[in-house]
Design a protein around this ligand. Structure first.
Ligand code: ADP
Length: 816
C-alpha cells in the first residue's frame, strides 16, 4: 500500500510538473520566471505589477515568439529555491557559482557586469573600507555581494556586524532609517534607487562579476537558445529594447539622463548662450531689416508720389520696350494714357509719327553705357494733333523685379522756348535790317546833302578866281543855283515830312483840272524821258471840261510829279505811262513804268520816310527816301489811298485815289496863292529891326525887306534887341531869330513885351519843327516864319500886320 502511495505521489508530482512546465494558456506556451526586488532590472511596483528592464526586454521575446511569461515573485533566495525545485523555468540576474551551475544552465553571454557597492546616508562619514570598523551593515541573503563584502571585511580584519534582509529595498530601508550604518547592494540597484532613499555611494566598490539569465538545468535547451540569441541582438544595439529600457529604469521613471559629464553641461550652456545670442541677433537683424524695408518702402512711395506729381513728363520703360509707367503730366500734355502706349514703339509711332527712326538706337546705347544720356529735342504729336517740342533726357533705373533693365525718360516741354527763339531770331534779323536801313539812310542823306553842298561851295570858291570870263561865271552861278535848288528840295522834303508828322501841313482846296495837270507833267518830263530812249505816254479819258475835281492842286501835282520823277529815275528802258480812271466818286491815278521793279517784301517799306527799296544801294540812285512818304501822306490827307504793284525787272505801277469832290473843313491862308505882283507896293517906310546872329541870314532878310522899309537895323543877340527897342520905341517890327547867343529870341521877346505891347514881333527859326510856332506865340510873338525865308510868306506877314491885311484876307476867303 505504501509503495502504491509513493508511486501515486511521484506520478502526481510529474503530472503537476508537466502541467506547469509545458502547459498552455490560450494557445500560448507559459514560461515561469523568478521575480524579486532587484531594481531597476526587475521589481514589484507599488501597483503590484512586475516591472523593470528585464521585463520590457522579455516582453519583446514574448510577442515575437508567442509565449506567455508569468512572473513568480519572492525574495532572491526564494527564487533560487524555486528554480532548484523546478517551480520556475527562468531565473534572472544570477552570478555564476559552481554550486548554482549544478541546478541551472547559464546563458553563454552575461546580462550585465555588476559589482558590489556600499551605500550610506548623506551625513555618514564612511569614506573607505576601514571606516566600516564597528559598523552595522545590511546585506541581502544569499547575495553574492554579501558574500564578497564579508570576505573582504575578513581579509581586512575589520570588525563589524551584518544584518541580512530579503532584498535590496529592505537593505536601503534600513540604511535610510539609520537602523544600520551602511548597506551593500549591486551597482545597478544603487544607481537606480539611491536618490529615492536619500543615500549615496560610500565609494567602496568591490568584486565585479557577470550576471546571467539561467534556466532549470537540462530542461529548456530551446529557451536557453532563444535567450542567448536575443541577448546577442540586444547588447550590441544601443536602440535595442534591453538598452533603452535599462536607461529608462536606471534613472528613475523619467526619460532623461540624471548624471552627465561636466563638459557636456558647459557645452550645453555655451550652446544655449550661443543660441540665445543667435536668436537675439536674428531678432535684431529682422528688426533692422524691417525698419530698413519700411524706410525703403516709404522712400519708394515718396519717389513714386514725386514721379506721379512731377510737373514734367516722366516715363519708365523696360529694355524689351514695355512701358512700365507714365506720370500724369505725360498724359496731360500728350493726351496718351498708358493703355494707348503700352510699348515704346507704340509711343514712337503715335508721338513721332516715324519722324524719329533712331529713337530705339538711343535707348539701346543707353543700356550699353549705363549712364545718363541727353537725347535732345524732338517734335511730339499730341493725341489732338498739336505739334510740340520736347527735350528728352534718359537714364538707367536699375532692374525690374523680373530682372529686366529699366530706363527713366524725363522730358521738358520747350515749345514756347523754341517759339521765343524763332521770334528772337526774327527780331534780331529785323534789328539788323533796321540797323542796315539806318546806316543806308545816313549814308544816303550824307550823300544827298554833300553832293549839292559840294556844288555850291566848290563853284562859289571857283567864282573867286579873278581871271574868269563872264560866260564861265554864269555857268558856275547856274551850277550853284541848281545845287542850291537840290539842297532846298531836300530840306523842303524834310520840312514837309516834319509838318505832316506834326499835323501842321495845311491844305488849299480848289477846283483843279486834272487833264491839264497831266498834260503839263507830260510836256515837262518828256524831254527827260526821251533822253533815256524811253517812251512817255499819258491817258486822260475824261474830256477837258469834265476833268475838274475839287482838291489841293499843289499836293496832287506834287504826288504825280514825284511818281513820274521816280519812274524816270528807276527805269532804263521801255516806257512810262501816266493817267487816271474815274471810279465812282474817286479818280484813280496811276504812273506805270517798265523799270527795275521792287522786291515784294519792300513794297510796304518804301512808303515809310527815309526808306529806300535798295538797302545795299546797288543802284546808287539819288534820293532821300522821302518822296513816297510825303506823297502817301498827301494822298491820305486828300482822302485817298496809295498802293503799288511791282515785279522785279518788269516794272512798277503806283496807284492812288483822290475823291472828286473834297469837302474842306478848315480854310487856311496859302502863301503860294499870292502873286508876286500883289505884294510889292503894299507897305513902305517901316522901321524894322532884324535880330539875327548869322550875317548871311540878316543880309537876305534886309534884301527881301528893302522895298518895304526905309530903316532896317541889326542886332546880334536877344539882349541887344531888347536894348535897341527900349532905346528906339518907333520900331514897327522885329524879326527875332530864335537861336541867338547870350539871350535867345523867346526870352528877348518876353522881356520886350514887358515894356512894348504894340511892336510886331515875328519869330524866325531854321528848325522847321512842330511846336516852334506855338512856342513863339506863347513867348509873345505875333507871328512865325521859318527859314529859308520865302519871299511871299514874308510879304503876307507884312501885309497882315501893316496896311491892308484885313481886306486881303477877306479877298482870299471869297476867292475860295
Ligand atoms: P527816293 O528819293 O529814294 O526816290 P522815294 O520815297 O521817292 O525816295 O522812293 C522810295 C524808294 O522806293 C526808292 O528809293 C526806290 O528804291 C523805290 N522806288 C520808288 N519808285 C520806284 C520805281 N518807279 N521803280 C522802282 N523803285 C522805286
Amino acid at each position: 500500500m505504501l509503495i502504491k502511495y509513493c508511486l501515486m505521489k511521484r506520478f502526481l508530482i510529474v503530472l503537476i510538473y508537466v502541467l506547469l512546465a509545458t502547459h498552455y494558456v490560450d494557445g500560448q506556451e507559459v514560461v515561469r520566471i523568478g521575480a524579486f526586488n532587484h531594481y531597476p532590472a526587475i521589481f514589484k511596483d507599488v501597483d503590484g505589477e512586475i516591472k523593470g528592464f528585464y521585463v520590457d526586454a522579455l516582453r519583446e521575446i514574448e510577442l515575437k515568439e508567442n509565449l506567455k511569461f508569468i512572473y513568480v515573485f519572492g525574495s532572491w533566495n526564494e527564487g533560487l529555491e524555486r528554480i532548484k525545485n523546478e517551480e520556475i523555468d527562468i531565473m534572472v540576474s544570477v552570478a555564476y557559482t559552481e554550486e548554482r551551475a549544478t541546478y541551472m544552465d547559464y546563458c553563454s553571454s552575461p546580462l550585465l557586469t555588476v559589482w558590489g557597492e556600499v551605500y550610506v546616508d548623506d551625513s555618514s562619514d564612511i569614506d573607505g573600507i576601514q571606516d566600516l570598523q564597528d559598523k552595522r551593515i545590511a546585506v541581502m541573503k544569499e547575495d553574492i555581494n554579501a558574500w564578497c563584502i564579508k570576505d573582504l571585511i575578513r581579509k581586512f580584519s575589520i570588525d563589524c556586524t551584518f544584518v541580512e534582509e530579503d532584498d535590496f529595498d529592505q537593505v536601503f530601508n534600513l540604511v535610510a532609517s539609520s537602523k544600520v550604518d551602511a548597506g551593500v547592494v549591486n551597482n545597478t540597484f544603487g544607481a537606480g534607487k539611491s536618490r529615492e532613499y536619500g543615500l549615496r555611494s560610500s565609494g567602496i566598490v568591490f568584486h565585479p562579476f557577470d550576471i546571467f539569465f539561467t534556466v532549470k538545468k537540462n530542461t529548456h535547451p530551446d529557451l536557453l537558445e532563444l535567450l542567448n540569441n536575443s541577448l546577442q541582438d540586444w547588447k550590441y544595439k544601443s536602440t535595442s529594447v534591453f538598452n533603452t529600457s535599462r536607461q529608462k529604469w536606471s534613472h528613475g521613471k523619467v526619460d532623461s539622463i540624471q548624471v552627465s559629464p561636466s563638459w557636456l553641461k558647459e557645452t550645453t550652456v555655451l550652446v544655449i548662450i550661443v543660441l540665445i545670442l543667435l536668436i537675439l541677433f536674428i531678432v535684431l537683424l529682422r528688426f533692422k531689416i524691417s525698419v530698413a524695408t519700411r524706410k525703403v518702402k516709404k522712400s519708394e512711395e515718396k519717389l513714386s508720389r514725386a514721379l506721379i506729381a512731377a510737373p514734367f513728363p516722366i516715363m519708365i520703360h523696360a529694355e524689351d520696350g514695355e512701358v512700365i509707367s507714365i506720370n500724369e503730366t505725360w498724359t496731360e500734355l500728350t493726351g496718351y494714357s498708358l493703355e494707348d502706349i503700352p510699348t515704346f514703339s507704340d509711343w514712337k509711332e503715335r508721338a513721332f509719327r516715324q519722324e524719329r527712326p533712331n529713337g530705339k538706337r538711343h535707348i539701346d546705347e543707353l543700356y550699353l553705357f549705363n549712364s545718363k544720356m541727353e537725347e535732345g529735342e524732338y517734335k511730339v504729336f499730341t493725341s489732338w494733333g498739336e505739334k510740340v517740342v520736347w527735350d528728352f533726357i534718359s537714364a538707367p533705373l536699375g532692374s525690374f523685379e523680373d530682372g529686366r533693365k529699366l530706363i527713366i525718360s524725363i522730358a521738358k516741354d520747350v515749345t514756347e522756348r523754341k517759339l521765343n527763339e524763332v521770334e528772337l531770331i526774327q527780331a534780331k534779323e529785323k534789328a539788323e535790317k533796321s540797323d542796315a536801313l539806318k546806316s543806308a539812310f545816313l549814308a544816303n542823306m550824307s550823300h544827298e546833302i554833300r553832293t549839292p553842298m559840294n556844288g555850291i561851295l566848290g563853284f562859289a570858291d571857283l567864282l573867286k578866281e579873278p581871271q574868269l570870263n563872264s560866260e564861265e561865271q554864269q555857268k558856275y552861278i547856274q551850277i550853284i543855283e541848281k545845287s542850291g535848288v537840290r539842297m532846298l528840295n531836300i530840306i523842303n522834303d524834310i520840312i514837309d515830312i516834319s509838318k505832316i508828322e506834326s499835323g501842321l501841313m495845311e491844305m488849299n482846296i480848289k477846283e483843279s483840272n486834272i487833264n491839264k495837270q497831266i498834260e503839263y507833267i507830260y510836256t515837262f518830263f518828256k524831254p527827260e524821258v526821251e533822253a533815256k530812249n524811253m517812251r512817255f505816254t499819258f491817258n486822260t479819258p475824261l474830256p477837258l471840261e469834265e476833268a475838274i475835281i475839287k482838291t489841293d492842286r499843289e499836293k496832287l501835282f506834287a504826288v504825280l510829279t514825284n511818281l513820274v520823277k521816280n519812274a524816270i529815275k528807276y527805269s532804263e528802258k521801255g516806257f512810262i505811262d501816266i493817267g487816271y480812271v474815274k471810279t465812282g466818286k474817286h479818280m484813280e491815278f496811276y504812273v506805270k513804268d517798265t523799270g527795275i521793279g521792287i522786291e515784294k517784301d519792300r513794297q510796304q517799306a518804301i512808303f515809310k520816310r527815309f526808306v529806300q527799296a535798295d538797302i545795299s544801294d546797288k543802284e546808287a540812285r539819288q534820293g532821300a527816301g522821302l518822296g513816297l512818304a510825303i506823297s502817301k501822306a498827301y494822298v491820305e490827307m486828300l482822302g485817298g489811298k496809295f498802293w503799288v504793284e511791282s515785279e522785279i525787272d518788269k516794272g512798277s505801277t503806283f496807284y492812288f485815289t483822290v475823291p472828286c469832290e473834297l469837302e474842306l473843313k478848315e480854310t487856311t491862308i496859302a502863301s503860294t496863292e499870292l502873286a508876286d505882283g500883289e505884294l510889292d507896293s503894299q507897305i513902305r517906310n517901316l522901321n524894322i529891326l532884324v535880330a539875327e546872329d548869322n550875317e548871311e541870314s540878316a543880309l537876305l532878310l534886309s534884301i527881301l525887306l528893302k522895298r518895304n522899309c526905309d530903316k532896317i537895323s541889326y542886332v546880334k543877340n536877344g539882349y541887344e534887341a531888347v536894348e535897341f527897342c527900349h532905346n528906339n520905341p518907333d520900331v514897327d517890327m522885329v524879326f527875332m531869330d530864335v537861336k541867338m547867343p547870350q539871350m535867345d529870341g523867346y526870352e528877348a521877346t518876353q522881356k520886350l513885351r514887358q515894356f512894348n505891347k504894340d511892336i510886331v514881333i515875328i519869330s524866325q527859326t531854321a528848325f522847321g519843327l512842330a511846336g516852334d510856332k506855338e512856342k513863339a506865340i506863347e513867348a509873345g510873338c505875333n507871328g512865325y516864319i521859318s527859314k529859308p525865308i520865302n519871299k511871299r510868306e514874308l510879304m503876307i506877314l507884312i501885309e497882315r500886320y501893316f496896311g491892308h491885311k484885313k481886306e486881303l484876307h477877306s479877298e482870299l476867303v471869297e476867292n475860295d
